[in-house]
Design a protein around this ligand. Structure first.
Ligand code: ATP
Length: 352
């Protein structure tokens, strides 16, 4: 597969401050690639360098094999959708979408055909003459995306485009965006601080922290095999413990849990366990399964997903345990003792 974008050792400094620190990665043509990270980690700066709004201090980037050194934004085969969308409020939907084509002096008939096709693609037929100010938040999103895609960029950059929407609409739009990207086949590079958006929509996700990539992987691998403690804590829900001792394949946590985890060739400092990795009331002889005694603090019913918050050895450290979908939890009560198991493979240990 060819790469639509190659980033080679790209660094961006603002004075003494390094916002992006020697990042290298490739993006497959036609994929949905997300850059996920907390506020200030350098996502927007990286995106702005791809678009050409910011010049890299070191390193080089290539779009379809061509170096972007000295190439201004308008000459790059990329387009960007901003969080605030930047639509023209006084224009109707059709005129917003046609704007870029008119600027490129595309003949009128071609412009009309491309705008009509694009509005069909994004489900806005019938809205051509509406002013964008009269549309819903989700419809405005689609106009912004149509306005960018109609220019046929090699890469569409999306800078937290769902950030301003309410939760329900965001949930809906992330599914729409994923489907739209697959139908159209344009490469999307999407930046977000929302791990659920990144996991649901992307083929590949790069987790960014303090200007560096911690891990670049498929959503499934990021979740199942986080390579660093930052990724383990940032992606998905996890119970995090400090490891105070490790010897002869046995680790001891800060709250006195002793668990067998052989085969670690470093001194672990952190232990992560996913809420859904726990097995309730396991039999004693389950191979490779470690047992932990807990006490139920609270039962957290959340419609589709019930969890237990429990404590270990009278410490105040709570552990979240997901119950299986059809679990009968009516018998469980606050204050009850609870025996749980966890497979050794699900004890994720890290050095830092
Ligand atoms: P957010 O999600 O909050 O937008 P981000 O991950 O997109 O965060 P960036 O906007 O890339 O973060 O900023 C990364 C760091 O670089 C921040 O500490 C920011 O203050 C700094 N920074 C960004 N632009 C400039 C600039 N023009 N001059 C100085 N520092 C800057």
């Amino acid at each position: 597969m060819s790469y639509v974008l190659e980033i080679k050792n790209v660094t961006k400094k603002f004075g003494d401050f390094t916002a992006v620190d020697s990042v290298s990665f490739d993006v497959d043509d036609g994929g949905f690639f997300s850059i996920l990270g907390g506020s200030g980690c350098g996502k927007t700066t990286l995106l702005r360098m791809i678009a050409g709004f910011e010049k890299e201090t070191e390193g080089e980037l290539f779009i379809r094999g061509e170096s972007m050194k000295g190439i201004p934004p308008e000459k790059r085969a990329v387009n960007i959708v901003f969080q605030n969308l930047a639509l023209f409020p006084m224009m109707n939907v059709e005129k917003n979408v046609a704007f870029g084509l008119q600027r490129q002096k595309i003949p009128k008939a071609d412009t009309q055909r491309r705008v009509t096709e694009m509005l069909e693609r994004v489900g806005l037929v019938g809205f051509e003459k509406k002013r964008v100010t009269d549309l819903s938040g989700g419809q405005r999103q689609r106009v912004a995306i149509a306005r960018s895609l109609v220019l046929k960029p090699s890469i569409l950059l999306l800078d937290e485009p769902l950030g301003a929407l309410d939760r329900k609409l965001r949930e809906h739009m992330k599914i729409e965006l994923k489907i739209l990207q697959k139908e159209i086949g344009t490469t999307f590079i999407y930046i977000t601080h929302d791990q659920s958006e990144a996991l649901v929509m992307s083929d590949k996700v790069a987790v960014m922290n303090e200007g560096r990539f911690e891990q670049l992987d498929t959503p499934k691998n990021l979740y199942k095999n986080p390579q660093t403690s930052f990724v383990a804590g940032f992606v998905g829900e996890s119970n995090e413990f400090d490891v105070v001792n490790y010897s002869d394949g046995q680790l001891t946590t800060q709250n006195g849990c002793k668990l067998v985890k052989p085969g670690i060739d470093f001194k672990p400092k952190k232990l992560f366990m996913r809420p859904e990795a726990f097995i309730l009331n396991p039999s004693d002889d389950l191979e490779g399964v470690e047992q932990i005694s807990m006490k139920i603090k609270a039962i957290l019913f959340d419609g589709s997903n019930t969890k237990i918050s429990a404590i270990i050895n009278q410490s105040n450290d709570t552990v979240l345990i997901s119950l299986p979908q059809n679990a009968q939890f009516e018998d469980l009560q606050e204050g009850d003792n609870l025996q749980v198991g966890i497979h050794r493979d699900d004890l994720k240990c890290y050095q830092d």
